[in-house]
Design a protein around this ligand. Structure first.
Ligand code: NAD
Length: 517
């Protein structure tokens, strides 16, 4: 139990002020939304969502702040503010992690050690990058000019609930560094850490109106943002279905730029011929499949074993079961907890239904944690085998603590299992032979390929998906800064300078027009 966290929760719920704009929190004028703790099923309190009129007012405040201030013009100033904000985020790691634990079921220790440093690291990364980011200078016989990188303007960000503060950092840090104003809508299942962060932003010196937060649901506030005529770009992380809706909103409104980070169905390939330490690999698979209760777009929901050697396969399966047995499931605030609940009752029921359907169609259960808490939204960590292709688990994104063992005879079959999917976000290959590893990198078509250990890369590497896992732009890396900037060409015609020679290279001649002709 964190006293600081509990105090932050109390203050955020006091007075029903879930809309942050112009540097303060105000009361939403829309319907009230109950915030439920996924670990217990109990209500934490409620916040009223923003009304459509408030969405307009907040976007107008963002536009005014963007247009009137020096924020967009002064990169070094923004850099200094982002650095202060990074320090404040680190100083308040406990409160942020607590809020994500009680509202979204995130494991507290994991948030303190990974998610919060990811946010502050992101802020510092773009604080550095923006001071080094210049345009290009060019000249030719007709003039000279430069290609400037200018902010897009007002950026809308619609976020998921699975990594509330980390996903916020991925969007906010590059968008602010680039000089934009931002209107954020966290998921209705994870609002509080965004509101807390907004307070820190003001404390760090982010000007009023530059960072705004709207509490609200998708079909109400999210849609109003997607259709808004004065939001210039919309960055979204979430499901494919809603991502497609954002493309439609854009087409129906002002053709705002839309960047989508969508779902995945990652495969974890074990190239048996080049894999020796099954215990180590199994421990890595467990982290990749069950971290954040499997509610991760890069979660290894398929473990693809390449090779026909039954004995070796049996050894790996035993190692996987032994590693999965080590997962401590329980209270996200407890120090020993490795895996918490799933986000809500709807998710719990869907995941359970998908497992039952697969089993009824012939899948076998290799492992399932015998006991999970009864109250709240819990699913046991589960490993299945022989999941039929015509089941929901055989084709969909489970987004829960369930993985399946898949056996293939050849590397080519494993490549097809990845490349023939509509998703192309991430995969891992375990292959200790470097020459062979290079072959895998040439064959597998995904946004992030991890070799010899599950990874999403770092703050400095771009993250995003191929095929239906993403659309335009990337999170992280210099690529994300680009996504929040426009290239603007400034061209200074030579004619505005000293008089131009008509026939360069020829000696100047004098005489009448007729004599010169
Ligand atoms: P979701 O698509 O249901 O919701 C995401 C956001 O969209 C929420 O803020 C929600 O309120 C809003 N929304 C919902 N319906 C809307 C509508 N009709 N119009 C406008 N906005 C709407 O996704 P989720 O359940 O929050 O997150 C899970 C999904 O996110 C998974 O598919 C997962 O793979 C994906 N995800 C992807 C990445 C990535 O980087 N590629 C990262 C995390 C999660």
């Amino acid at each position: 139990m964190s006293e600081k966290g509990a105090q932050a929760l109390k203050e955020l719920l006091e007075g029903d002020r879930g809309v942050f704009t112009a540097g303060e929190r105000i009361t939403g004028q829309g319907p009230s939304v109950e915030l439920i703790c996924p670990a217990t099923g109990e209500a934490l309190g409620s916040l009223s969502e923003a009304s459509s009129e408030q969405v307009d007012t907040v976007v107008a405040a963002a536009r005014a702040a963007f247009s009137s201030g020096t924020w967009a013009q002064d990169g070094p100033h923004r850099s200094a503010v982002l650095r202060r904000l990074a320090d404040l985020v680190d100083a308040h790691a406990e409160e942020i992690a607590y809020l994500d634990a009680v509202e979204a079921g995130k494991v507290f220790v994991g948030s303190v050690e990974e998610d919060v440093p990811d946010v502050s690291g992101n802020l510092r990364f773009y604080a550095d990058l923006i001071t080094q980011s210049e345009g290009r200078f060019l000249q030719d016989a007709t003039g000279w000019g430069w290609v400037r990188k200018v902010p897009v303007g007002v950026v809308g960000a619609v976020l998921p609930w699975n990594y509330p503060i980390a996903m916020l950092g991925w969007k906010v840090a590059p968008a602010l560094a680039a000089g934009n104003a931002i209107v954020l809508k966290p998921s209705e299942d994870s609002t509080l850490s965004a509101l807390f962060f907004a307070g820190l932003a003001t404390e760090a010196g982010v000007p009023d109106g530059i960072l705004n937060v709207l509490t609200g649901g998708g079909p109400s506030v999210g849609q109003a943002m997607g259709l808004h005529p004065d939001i210039d770009a919309l960055t979204f992380t979430g499901s494919g279905e809603v991502g497609r809706a954002f493309l439609e909103y854009s087409a129906r409104s002002n053709l705002k730029k839309v960047s989508l980070e969508l779902g995945g169905r990652a495969g974890y390939i074990i190239d048996e011929e080049h894999a020796s330490d099954f215990e180590g690999i199994a421990a890595d698979v467990v982290g990749a499949a069950f971290g954040t209760s499997g509610q991760n777009c890069t979660a290894s929901s398929r473990v693809i074993f390449v090779g026909d050697n039954d004995e070796r396969f049996g050894q790996f399966r035993d190692a996987l079961v032994a590693a999965a047995r080590e997962i401590t499931v329980g209270d996200p605030l407890a120090e020993e907890t490795v895996m918490g609940p799933v986000i809500n009752a709807e998710a719990r029921d869907r995941i359970t239904r998908w497992v039952e359907e697969a089993v009824s169609k012939g899948a076998s259960v290799v492992f399932a944690t015998p006991e999970v808490p009864q109250q709240g939204n819990w699913c046991p960590p589960t490993v299945l085998q022989d999941v039929p292709a015509d089941s929901e688990l055989g084709r969909g994104e489970v987004f829960g603590p369930v993985t399946q063992l898949v056996r293939v005879s050849s590397r080519e079959e494993a490549v097809s299992a990845i490349n023939d999917e509509p998703y192309g976000l991430a995969s891992t290959v375990w292959c200790e032979d470097l020459k062979q590893a290079k072959w895998w990198t040439d064959q597998v078509r995904v946004g992030t390929l991890a070799i010899n250990g599950y990874s999403e890369g770092t703050i400095a590497t771009p993250f995003g998906g191929l095929r239906q896992s993403g659309f335009w732009g990337r999170d992280n890396g210099p690529e994300a800064l680009d996504a929040y900037q426009e290239a603007m060409t400034v061209w200074v015609a030579q004619g505005l300078g000293p008089p131009r020679e008509v026939n360069p290279g020829q000696e100047a001649r004098s005489g009448t027009r007729e004599e010169l002709a």
